[in-house]
Design a protein around this ligand. Sequence first.
Ligand SMILES: [Zn+2]
Length: 228
Amino acid sequence: MFGTVAVLLYPFGVAVALYEDTPRIPPNWVPWATPALDEDPTWLAKYQISRLHGDADLCFAALDGSHLEYNRLDDRPMDNGCGVTARTEILQSNIPYSAGFESPCALAAGLYWYEQRLNVIAEEHLGSSVARIEHFGTYSCRNIYGRENARRSAHALAEAIDIAGFRLMDGTEISVLRDWDDKGPKGLFLQAARDEACRFFGPVLSPDYNAAHANHFHLELGSFGLCR
Ligand SMILES: [Zn+2]
């Protein structure tokens, strides 16, 4: 049986780890496995998070298998195109946030995973890990860009977070608005932070997209969409 699975997955570049005599495929290489949010993400991560968004039980099982501390809140019932399902509040994650927020379980799962990558690239570019994520929130019952005749924003379902910047452990402040065009390590870190977000979310919109995103990254749950 295992041989068959391995052969089927081989074309996808599955890595097989050997523990004693029992071959084990790391779960993040297996599309139908519960994602292991404390292990390195693979190219399947965005698909896995979308899957968690469609299956609340699976999503909470993934959170329970990680070190994320969270509260499950009552759903915000759908009303006039606004509401939140699998509603979750992060209590303690890898990186603290500038303010508490609610989100669907899958956004919390994706952020928990993304934070681990943020710390890696912050160390690479700036020699310090991230102490705090500055953000403008998730839930907002409104249309895109607040326009009257537009469709509902992903924020109406709390399916997106707007990230404005980062504070590092060494005290360095990095702002999307101020540092996006920086040619030094801060700018390179922000570009890498945007690119890493695209491994977990889609669409991901940054100052490269339009002036409405000059001061934040918009990270939205989804398997497709722009990374810009
Ligand atoms: Zn947004």
